[in-house]
Design a protein around this ligand. Structure first.
Ligand SMILES: *Cc1c(COP(=O)(O)O)cnc(C)c1O
Length: 375
């Protein structure tokens, strides 16, 4: 079907810069240097500056960025990694893949992020890492998380996949606060590649060297392997496209924020919030609006209505991590994390991209209002 208002619109993002991206692709073809190399090095320099850290490394995907971050600390069987019950699967999946145990924490009602007040109760002598997730583009409350980690000698790895360019309440960039920041350049992320790609950031030179080694099978020079790593390398083609897109990221982020303010205003005028049908997102810190997520009464029926009206929506995420079938053996059950479970039932992501127009957003909010008026 053709959407009147799609959930995302990559075409409108890429059309104006198509020529620049194609030039980058041609450059890679001419150089015949397809993996890492100068394209990736140039991107890393730009990304490190953008994230306000000394070191950034291009990685094969956001999932691999999380995986290699845990590997850098030797996380494995017997170790526990504390993280949010409400995130994309990869956040917890990488923990299990290393044989370690994900330990979930409920989220805050307003921000959908890890609730710092609930972290300490999960600590055991096996706790090693805390992974806050900056969900939807808004930083988790980092000060108490960093303080807890410091007190216990734990490592903080930020899952900043959705939050490039965001700042926490103290003005620090996503990915610059923990020991490592993990980013995804999945095509629909705020900074998206033209395939799979990701990044890690760090302030520590020693960690940077470890991560770099792990990225190429744990080898510090050709065919000499001190440790077992993996193939976590970024393609030159992805780096070439990302370098072009990085130049536009601030402009796109500014537009996303404008679009969010437009939704806020439309909802305020509509009385949908006042009547208790919808709750709009709050943003005390510097949100980059990877998603604009409302909470809605009768979410499933509303979503079906919007689909009929040609309006794309998304549900991130319908099943919290502690209730995923693959984690059944961890022993969690329904009711363990009520805030996350409610978010899974009520949250609805509305169309959000830089080229969204006032008219399209009016259409979205009018269609939502019409749904609740139907009686
Ligand atoms: C996208 C995403 C990832 C994984 O990134 P990929 O590049 O798809 O592997 C991890 N965590 C979160 C929160 C994400 O949104």
């Amino acid at each position: 079907m053709t959407w009147r208002v799609p959930l995302v619109d990559l075409d409108s993002l890429h059309r104006p810069i198509r020529g620049e991206i194609l030039e980058g692709i041609a450059r890679c073809l001419d150089r015949q240097n397809f993996i890492l190399g100068e394209e990736v090095a140039k991107l890393e320099e730009g990304l490190a500056a953008y994230c306000e850290v000394p070191f950034a490394l291009g990685i094969s995907s956001g999932t691999d960025a999380l995986l290699v971050s845990l590997m850098a600390y030797g996380i494995g069987p017997g170790d526990e990694v504390v993280t949010s019950a409400f995130s994309f699967f990869a956040t917890a999946g990488v923990v299990s893949r290393l044989g370690a145990t994900p330990v979930f924490v409920d989220i805050e009602e307003e921000s959908f992020n890890l609730d710092p007040a609930r972290i300490e109760e999960t600590f055991t002598e096996r706790s090693r890492v805390i992974v806050p997730v900056h969900l939807y583009g808004q930083c988790a409350e980092m000060a108490p998380i960093l303080a807890l980690a410091e007190e216990r000698g734990l490592v903080v790895i930020e899952d900043a996949a959705q939050a490039i360019g965001a700042r926490d309440i103290e003005g620090r960039r996503a990915g610059s606060m923990g020991s490592i920041g993990a980013f995804s350049f999945y095509p629909s992320k705020n900074l998206g590649a033209i395939g799979d790609a990701g990044m890690v950031t760090t302030r520590e030179e020693g960690l940077w060297e470890t991560l770099k080694r792990l990225r190429t099978h744990g080898a510090s020079r050709d065919y000499l392997h001190e440790t077992v790593g993996g193939n976590f390398r970024m393609d030159a083609l992805q780096a070439a496209a990302l370098s072009v897109k990085l130049r536009y990221l601030d402009e796109w982020t500014r537009k996303r924020r404008e679009r969010a303010r437009c939704y806020d205003a439309l909802f305020a005028e509509s009385e949908l919030v006042e009547e208790g049908n919808v709750r709009t997102p709050t943003a005390p810190s510097d949100h980059v609006y990877h998603q604009y997520v409302i909470r809605a009464r009768e979410r499933q029926d509303l979503r079906a209505h919007l689909t009929e009206e040609g309006i794309g929506t998304g549900i991130y995420y319908p099943v919290p991590l502690h209730l995923q079938p693959c984690f059944h053996d961890l022993g969690y059950g329904e009711g363990d994390f009520p805030v996350a479970e409610r978010a899974a039932k009520e949250s609805l992501a509305l169309p959000m991209y830089p080229s969204l127009t006032d008219e399209q957003q009016s259409m979205v909010v009018s269609a939502i209002a019409a749904f609740y008026r139907r009686g």
